[in-house]
Ligand binder design. Structure first.
Ligand code: HEC
Ligand code: HEC
Ligand code: HEC
Ligand code: HEC
Ligand code: HEC
Ligand code: HEC
Ligand code: HEC
Length: 463
């Protein structure tokens, strides 16, 4: 019996010779263009969140400093965010281009910042949705190879699985075709990026980044939504919304994203789809979605406008989310529920975390953060670091506990390690500067000014 070879991801370029038409039309879609290296930008001056900015070429100027603009995220269908690279570490820039408004403004989540913030870490999950063949450096929070991803946007293989064997002999090694999968695996192909829910918790010992088209998404992660459902539109809420529609509830597996969307052309097939199930509907000459899938502002996208995928009978007024969390599309154990509440900083987390099986390091980390007793917190953080020596919060916080206990050398060693995982962990920088000799302190702060050009050291306080 021949050994089966594990196929490798090879890149869309190699699909082109045989699937020319699909390749060329797909290349023009927003998904294919969702990330890349920034070409020089048109000059602009503007204010955002109370700060003045100027964009010129590949530089963002602000009062008293400047930053490079290296990569973009977002095709510009709605807008475009920008990333800064420093020594392989990636940070999100505080300003975003909003295509619908045709204006620069604060990036989502930065509206209330009181200073120029250049240190928000770009974690792999962000790039996994917007780029392909992402190259995170293991043991870091936000460091990547150069370039950080080998293919811009969503590659063919994200929906079709790895292609190395197929290109050698297409008749023998078949690609995954979402339309031929069972409903759960089919829906997972789109949900890997279009579902975020309130929280996504990785299963014990599983890495979400290893999910491939054709797998069961529920084997990698548990998703949580609010019990009463969200009425407001979140940026990646299409999956939950559709699941709540009368159409989906009544017609089940027949209806999926592919019923209305052609991913290769980005064609909107919705009119034919409505009529295929609602033959004899009223107003057959009119575009159904104008009234039944109205567009509304998003709650977390800042200026974004989204289509309501809950296909309401009459447009509904948005209501604030409420209720407890419930698993979406699968069941959840105490561990997942506890971690999900903890991610939302919800006090309901604790009893679940205490009951969680196994008490693996993500659980112990959450318990440590909430542990009032320093001795027990120390033990918990130490045990987290035995299993995950690169956990940034554990490194920073255990360092602080050691420092309180007078163990300054050990504390400093932990903060040094924290700065390897993410060079812009300001708390680690400032703590380290405090415990080192003055000459070294100056060096540490100077180095940090390069990592974070918006950093202004506070005037030295008398000791
Ligand atoms: C050497 C030519 C060649 C290359 C390169 C190639 N394909 Fe194919 N592909 C084919 C042929 C031929 C078929 C039809 C096979 C059949 O039906 O037996 C096919 C079928 C497919 C199918 C349909 C599978 C199904 O069962 O419905 C998908 C999806 C696919 N290819 C994706 C890709 C992707 C993605 C790449 C790049 C990683 C790629 N192909 C590269 C020749 C190629
Ligand atoms: C690897 C992640 C990923 C996968 C898999 C994925 N998408 Fe997307 N999709 C995105 C991202 C990111 C965007 C936003 C692109 C942009 O505008 O920058 C997007 C945008 C879209 C859009 C909006 C395009 C527009 O006109 O603005 C549609 C429709 C869509 N996806 C449908 C699908 C469907 C259907 C599937 C499953 C067959 C799917 N996507 C799978 C990441 C993904
Ligand atoms: C779970 C997958 C996921 C993650 C994580 C994610 N996004 Fe997105 N993002 C999407 C999808 C899907 C869209 C398309 C909008 C939608 O859902 O309709 C989108 C839309 C956008 C857009 C608007 C693009 C356009 O023009 O249509 C920007 C900008 C953006 N995301 C930036 C980011 C940044 C920056 C991060 C990380 C810091 C991030 N996103 C994390 C999936 C994701
Ligand atoms: C966002 C997800 C997504 C991406 C990205 C994607 N496809 Fe597909 N592809 C699908 C889906 C869904 C189908 C099934 C369409 C159907 O039959 O309804 C499909 C079907 C196919 C098929 C077989 C049926 C046909 O239409 O001939 C081929 C071949 C194919 N894709 C090649 C590619 C290639 C090559 C790329 C990259 C250039 C690509 N796909 C990118 C989702 C995707
Ligand atoms: C796969 C089949 C299918 C598709 C596609 C579909 N629907 Fe439905 N829809 C149903 C079923 C089944 C029901 C429930 C029974 C009924 O009311 O007819 C329903 C219910 C509805 C309702 C009543 C909702 C309520 O809350 O009472 C509206 C309005 C509706 N659909 C509009 C649309 C529109 C507009 C489209 C296209 C964008 C669409 N549907 C696409 C199957 C479908
Ligand atoms: C019943 C038809 C229908 C189904 C099913 C459907 N969509 Fe859509 N979708 C639409 C329509 C209509 C638009 C708006 C298109 C436009 O205005 O050009 C849209 C727009 C989008 C957009 C662009 C952003 C926005 O909200 O306007 C994304 C992303 C998207 N859909 C993702 C999905 C995903 C993921 C699924 C599966 C969970 C899905 N859609 C299922 C009809 C549908
Ligand atoms: C101008 C706005 C408008 C357009 C366009 C429109 N609808 Fe409606 N539709 C409505 C309203 C309003 C209702 C609710 C009527 C009520 O509750 O008495 C409705 C009700 C429905 C229902 C539920 C009917 C029932 O008896 O339960 C369906 C299904 C439906 N529409 C499908 C469609 C389809 C399919 C299209 C496109 C061919 C479409 N609608 C176009 C406004 C519209």
């Amino acid at each position: 019996m021949p050994l089966s070879v594990a196929a490798m991801v090879i890149g869309s370029q190699l699909c082109r010779p045989c699937h020319l038409e699909i390749y060329d039309s797909y290349a023009r879609t927003p998904m294919a263009q969702s990330s890349g290296r920034v070409a020089p930008l048109a000059a602009a001056s503007f204010s955002a969140a109370g700060q003045r900015y100027r964009v010129a070429g590949n530089t963002l100027f602000f009062d008293g400093g400047q930053s490079t603009i290296d990569y973009f995220i977002g095709s510009n269908a709605a807008g475009r965010s920008f990333l800064r690279a420093y020594d392989g570490y990636l940070f999100e820039l505080p300003v975003t281009w909003y295509a619908q408004k045709r204006a620069w403004d604060a990036s989502p989540g930065y509206e209330k910042e009181s200073q120029v913030r250049l240190t928000r870490a770009v974690e792999p999950s962000c790039l996994q949705c917007h780029a392909s063949r992402v190259r995170p450096v293991l043991g870091t929070q936000n460091r990547y190879g150069t370039p950080p991803f080998l293919e811009n946007g969503v590659a063919c293989e994200r929906c079709h699985g790895p292609g190395s064997e197929h290109v050698k002999d297409p008749a023998v090694a078949r690609m995954v075709n979402p339309a031929r999968l069972g409903p759960e695996r089919r829906d997972g192909v789109c949900s890997q990026c279009h579902l975020s829910g309130e929280a996504r918790i990785e299963r014990t010992g599983r890495r979400f980044a290893e999910y491939q088209a054709g797998d069961r998404l529920a084997d990698y992660a548990t998703y949580f939504v609010r019990q009463l459902g969200r009425r407001d539109l979140k940026v990646t809420s299409h999956v939950e919304k559709l699941a709540a529609s009368a159409c989906k509830l009544a017609s089940g597996d027949k209806l999926w994203c592919g019923t209305c969307h052609d991913p290769h052309t980005n064609e909107d097939k919705s009119q034919a789809a409505c009529l295929s199930c609602h033959a004899g509907a009223h107003r057959p000459e009119e575009r159904c979605v104008t009234c039944h899938m109205p567009k509304a502002r998003t709650s977390d996208g800042n200026h974004g406008v989204m289509t309501d995928h809950s296909i309401p009978r009459t447009p509904r007024a948005p209501a604030p989310p409420s209720g407890g969390l419930t698993a979406f599309g699968s069941t959840a154990d105490d561990r997942a529920i506890g971690l999900a509440y903890a991610e939302l900083q919800d006090a309901r987390a604790l009893p679940y975390l205490r009951r969680a099986v196994p008490q693996d390091w993500p659980v112990r980390l959450r318990l440590a953060v909430q542990e009032p007793d320093p001795a027990r917190a120390t033990q918990l953080y130490e045990s987290v670091l035995r299993d995950n020596p690169h956990e940034p919060a554990a490194l920073v916080n255990l360092g602080a506990l050691y420092a309180q206990q007078g163990r300054l050398t050990e504390a400093a060693a932990l903060w040094e390690r924290a700065l390897v995982t993410n060079a812009a962990l300001e708390e680690a920088v400032l703590n380290l500067a405090r415990v080192r000799a003055p000459a070294e302190t100056r060096l540490i702060l100077e180095r940090y000014r390069q990592v974070n050009p918006a950093f202004r050291p506070a005037p030295a306080k008398p000791r």
